[in-house]
Design a protein around this ligand. Structure first.
Ligand code: SF4
Ligand code: SF4
Length: 82
């Protein structure tokens, strides 16, 4: 299961490719078949299972396209004394 997930507001994307180059597992690409509402090829995720939730894409993007979700680790429950 993926450790992270990104939500993409694709109509804000200007297709600059900064996030594509920066994503450590290289799971982003600019669309090869679609244009967004402002005429750019929007970024898309090509391997959702490999997202780590690192948020490098969100840091790099000048247009606030990404919202990043990260899996939260479950805390161990304290043992209840008998
Ligand atoms: S959160 Fe990290 S792994 Fe996921 S798409 Fe963004 S840069 Fe790539
Ligand atoms: S950095 Fe932002 S604007 Fe540039 S391609 Fe990625 S999502 Fe689009």
């Amino acid at each position: 299961m993926a450790r992270g997930m990104v939500q993409i507001d694709e109509n804000r994307c200007k297709g600059c490719g900064l996030c594509v180059d920066a994503c450590p597992p290289k799971i982003l690409q600019l669309s090869t078949s679609r244009f967004n509402a402002i005429g750019y090829r929007p970024v898309e995720v090509i391997d959702v299972k490999s997202c780590t939730g690192c948020a490098v894409c969100a840091v790099m993007c000048p247009d606030v396209v990404f919202r990043v979700y990260r899996e939260r680790k479950r805390s161990k429950q304290a043992a209840v004394p008998a």
